[in-house]
Ligand binder design. Structure first.
Ligand SMILES: Cc1ncc(COP(=O)(O)O)c(C=O)c1O
Length: 414
């Protein structure tokens, strides 16, 4: 009789899902060429590979002036610094995202104000953004989570009404489009990560897309030790070395060539998944907003009904992973990251403004439910594993449906 793999039964899938990143001769060739050129580093900025990548990346994403740099965290710090947003002003960020989204304003000297998410999309809730605005608010950082995008129409209207800067953290949204507009090109800035897990990767790296070319100039100066980038060579900034290396940029040029086919493959497999997913009891998909005209499959989130399964998402993820389908529970609520725990009070911003950092007293019911009860995150590799890989996922889910009494026994207090 079939038995859950987590209880010693046979798993649904023994074959591993495809590895990431992938490479071929082109990567070896372009890195070899860069090594032989002797131009490895990012100085003077930008090097030839970086400059070519910047133009092609902006083209792929559909607009803006791209400034590549070390990663997709400092991109947001640099955006805030370039826009003059720093000490003691408030920056609204979602309570459900990677910690980098709140780290960036803090390191720029600003105060992250966390707001809850929309239960249908897990992206920041525009109504809650509006409620959180005060006279000190200067910017909103929104995050396009997994295959979703934030309601950018609502966010841009709020930003216009309150004269706020908008940064789109698009670390998950390479190639995604909202009403035909590329993620990261709608707000003032778009921030992208190229870290090894991302659906477009160079191992490490980040790109800041700037709507305004002057902001791009200033951002380039900040990441190049403050050297002036304006045509007159007069504007020095307070800068540091956040330059990207030419070796990473070389990999980026090949990654961009491969990206359109990979994107299509992931997208079509996600459509295939959703045909069957809607039939699995106890599982819900996040809402598909028709204005999200192209979605990017870095991660894909489903919601379980914890009452139906008699367990929380943690037990569910362990059981599905044991079946050979790797999934995890995703982000904790932002106020529970270690970054924000007691030692933080020694850092400059929290010690100057402790009232903003009493994270223990904060509560974000939607983010908390997502993190601790219902969200199940899957990786992009499932969408590169062909119909078989997706069918195995569905078979794994159905097995958990059949064995929900066992799941409940594993997690009786859920
Ligand atoms: C939403 C989000 N923002 C920012 C980042 C930071 O990117 P990086 O690791 O390149 O600094 C990540 C990385 O996982 C992310 O998921």
């Amino acid at each position: 009789m079939d038995k859950l793999a987590v209880l010693g039964g046979d798993p649904i899938r023994r074959e591993k899902y495809p590895a990431w990143p992938i490479f071929d001769e082109r990567d070896i060739e372009v890195v070899t060429r860069t090594v032989k050129s002797g131009r490895w580093g990012g100085f003077p900025y930008p090097g030839p590979n970086t400059a070519e990548f910047a133009v092609k990346f902006a083209e792929m994403q559909g607009g803006g002036f791209a400034v590549p740099m070390l990663n997709g965290t400092i991109t947001m710090e640099v955006a805030l610094r370039a826009a003059g947003i720093g000490w003691g002003v408030e920056v609204i960020v979602p309570a459900y995202t990677f910690q980098a989204t709140a780290y960036a304003p803090m390191v720029a000297g600003a105060l992250p104000v966390l707001v809850d998410i929309d239960p249908d999309t897990y992206c920041i809730d525009p109504h809650k953004v509006e409620e959180a605005i005060t006279e000190k608010t200067k910017a909103i950082i929104v995050v396009h989570i997994a295959a979703q995008m934030v309601d950018m129409d609502a966010i841009m209207e709020i930003a216009r009404n309150h004269k706020l800067l908008v940064i789109e953290d698009s670390a998950h949204a390479h190639g995604a489009k909202w009403r035909g507009m590329g993620a990261g090109t709608i707000g003032d800035f778009g921030s992208f990560s190229l870290q090894s897990a991302k659906s477009l990767t160079t191992g490490e790296g980040g790109v800041l897309l700037c709507k305004d070319p002057e902001m791009a100039q200033r951002a380039s100066s900040i990441i190049d030790c403050g050297r002036p980038k304006d045509p007159e060579g007069l504007e020095y900034t307070m800068g540091v070395n956040y330059r990207w290396s030419e070796l990473h940029a070389a990999l980026g040029l090949v990654a961009l060539e491969r990206f359109p086919d990979q994107f299509k493959e992931r997208e079509s497999m996600a459509d295939y998944l959703e045909e069957s997913l809607s039939e699995v009891p106890g599982i819900k998909m996040l809402k598909r907003d028709l204005r999200l005209t192209r979605r990017s499959l870095y991660r894909y989130i489903i919601k379980i009904d914890p009452e139906f399964f008699g367990c929380n998402n943690d037990t569910f993820c362990k059981a599905l992973t044991a079946e050979g389908i790797p999934v995890d529970t995703g982000y904790p609520p932002m106020n529970h990251y270690e970054l924000f725990q007691p030692g933080l009070s020694k850092l400059p911003v929290p010690s100057a403004f402790p009232e903003y950092f009493d994270f223990k007293s904060m509560s974000f019911p939607v983010a908390e439910r997502a993190s601790w009860k219902e969200s199940v995150w899957m990786g992009e590799s499932i969408f590169r594993s062909g119909k078989r890989g997706v069918d195995d996922l569905i078979a794994g889910l159905n097995k958990l449906v059949r064995h929900r009494d066992d799941l409940n026994a594993l997690n009786p207090n859920a």
